[in-house]
Design a protein around this ligand. Structure first.
Ligand SMILES: [Zn+2]
Length: 104
């Protein structure tokens, strides 16, 4: 192995490690859930407190640091079928009602 090859190999490894770290950081557990309606933030709740979030057309719950839409009057029910989210950046979207729950 030439010296250049070793340096190249090390560089590739470092870059891979950095990408893995970024990926890991993005997948970190969230701290709060943002409630957005019509693209405006209307509320923010901490994930460490279990509660029910009752909105005009939707009902969500925070339970064991996870958020789930349990009820919605929309036709497609995609938001309800999304299931539980808990990682930073994940979100539940209810397009018909313009509701977004986003983990921060
Ligand atoms: Zn929906």
């Amino acid at each position: 192995m030439k010296k250049g090859d070793i340096i190249l190999c090390a560089a590739v490894c470092i870059v891979a490690a950095i990408f893995a770290l970024i990926f890991f950081a993005l997948k970190k557990d969230g701290k709060t859930v943002l409630v957005k309606i019509d693209n405006k933030i209307v509320d923010e709740y901490p994930l460490d407190t279990d509660r029910k979030i009752v909105l005009e057309h939707n009902t969500a719950v925070i339970e064991n640091s996870k958020v789930q839409m349990i009820e919605s009057d929309c036709k497609n029910q995609i938001c309800v079928n999304t299931g539980k989210i808990s990682k930073r950046g994940e979100c539940i979207v209810c397009l018909p009602n313009k509701v977004i729950l986003e983990i921060r």
